[in-house]
Design a protein around this ligand. Structure first.
Ligand SMILES: *Cc1c(COP(=O)(O)O)cnc(C)c1O
Length: 466
């Protein structure tokens, strides 16, 4: 019991003292390696309570504290207690989710969760299929597999090398780079990716998309799919989904929406309109481990065409039970993974704990905080360079272009101080910008003030030193 009490205590203490802790790790590579190797040679057994204490100490200083209210970085969220408890339960019971018959409860909990979210996306509940993935990268991988098997079921036998014409995938430079990996590992090759121009707000230029499709047809390619991003990684921008959907339908392309981070906006009646058009997608990527504030990894893949997935992933073996007739229920027959951890419980429990309205409130609060950040920055002479209703703010200051002081040196000083974390990004072909994302539901207006204070302190010192 003492171990579990210690664990409960740590969960409580850590979350309640997080705001006062440095966000940036106080370690370097040589030192952390040396320390771990000297401390853990695995020769003597270590008592579990002691080991737990050691780990807590290490974890408190050894990583970027992405759950801190002063972390304004990539889409790594603070996690709700419901998600922590859920992950512990999953480790305890260790249900095997690959086959329905092994984990009826686990499977049905995941199904109910996914169907609830699918309803908010606006996909047809009766004919669509969904599953939890390791993350957005796996979901994006699955989207390309699905599009390929939908169009060319014969590749199951003959492979992509035997296709008469080369397939093309359309996306913009702001699209997530997991698609580069996908192109490589599916055997399509990077040349299958066709980069579409963007407008002045870095969103897909649909007229250029149409032009590129026509050119490709004339050149003998097969236009296969188009990827619209709903909430780009760099700037939270949303491609014109309804226009892309219309063109995809006209040209018979698979329409995938990568909403890994932004997808959560569909839970808010206020933010849902910014994702209009997502309901027309053939497939959608949505990560619960981003804006839904559950621990990694909890990706989700939604798809209108179950047959494309079963064509790609169903295998009959003597040692796995047969799927029943009708709707496929055995996850290993329609997804990449085989043995599978129960990913969905943390989403289910957080959703059940907060309720749908509670979730909507949570993400609207974060969007409002980003508005507050924009306002505070502009008051201090900073310039916001991206236009989005989602909580990512890309900004710069005229001082950063005036001389030796760059975005990089300013960030380096911020990391040295260790009090807040934000990143930099290049939007389009322009100069690097600072990028702050309100990614923690624990952040408050005073945490935003704190961030602006840090930025101002470092900027003024930089200027004084110039
Ligand atoms: C994060 C992200 C991904 C990749 O998801 P992982 O969960 O990191 O694998 C894909 N697309 C977008 C738009 C993302 O923001």
């Amino acid at each position: 019991m003492r171990l579990w009490q210690a664990m409960g205590q740590e969960i409580h203490d850590f979350t309640h003292t997080l705001r006062e802790r440095p966000v940036v790790p106080q370690v370097d590579l040589t030192q952390i390696r040396k320390q771990l190797e000297s401390q853990y040679a695995f020769q003597q057994p270590v008592q579990l309570e002691q080991l737990f204490g050691e780990m807590c100490q290490l974890f408190r200083v050894g990583n970027v504290q992405v759950t801190s209210p002063h972390y304004f970085g990539l889409f790594n969220p603070s996690v709700h207690e419901a998600g922590i408890v859920a992950d512990a339960l999953v480790a305890l019971y260790n249900p095997q989710v690959a086959m329905w018959s092994h984990g009826p409860l686990a499977n049905e909990i995941e199904r109910l969760t996914l169907r609830t979210l699918m309803q908010h996306l606006g996909l047809p509940l009766d004919s669509s299929i969904a599953n939890f993935t390791s993350g957005g990268a796996e979901a994006n991988f699955t989207s390309v597999i699905a599009a390929m098997y939908h169009r060319f079921p014969q590749i199951q036998e003959s492979g992509v090398a035997e296709l008469a014409a080369k397939p093309r995938i359309y996306l913009t430079g702001e699209c997530h780079h997991s698609f580069v990996k996908v192109a490589r590992i599916t055997g399509l090759g990077q040349q299958a990716l066709c980069q579409v121009e963007t407008d002045e707000n870095h969103r897909m230029d649909v007229a250029d998309l149409e032009r590129k499709i026509q050119q490709d047809r004339l050149a003998g390619f097969v236009p296969l799919m188009v990827v619209g991003t709903a909430g780009t990684t760099s700037a939270g921008l949303v491609d014109p989904l309804p226009e892309i959907a219309a063109l995809a339908a006209k040209q018979q392309l698979w329409f995938h929406v990568d909403a890994a981070w932004g997808g959560t906006a569909v839970l808010s009646p206020k933010l849902r309109p910014y994702l209009r058009g997502i309901e027309s997608a053939d497939s959608v990527t949505w990560d619960a481990h981003k804006w839904m504030s559950v621990p990694m990894g909890a990706g989700m893949f939604f798809c209108r065409h179950p047959q494309a997935l079963t064509k790609a992933f169903t295998i009959h073996t003597s040692y796995m039970p047969e799927d029943s007739e009708g709707e496929p229920v055995d996850q290993y027959t329609f997804s990449v993974q085989w043995s599978r951890r129960m990913i969905g419980l943390k989403v289910f429990m957080t959703l059940a704990h907060l309720g749908l309205d509670g979730y909507a409130q949570l993400i609207e609060d974060q969007a409002n905080l980003a508005d507050y950040l924009r306002e505070r920055l502009q008051q201090k002479g900073w310039q916001v360079r991206n236009q989005t209703a989602l909580p990512v703010v890309c900004f710069t200051h005229p001082d950063l272009h005036a001389g030796r002081h760059t975005t990089k040196t300013l960030l380096a000083r911020i990391y040295e101080r260790g009090n807040v974390w934000l990143s930099d990004v290049v939007l389009g072909e322009r100069e690097p910008l600072l990028r702050a994302c309100v990614t923690s539901f624990r952040s408050t207006p005073s945490d935003i003030d704190y961030l602006v204070q840090e930025l101002e302190a470092v900027r003024q010192v930089s200027m004084a030193a110039a």
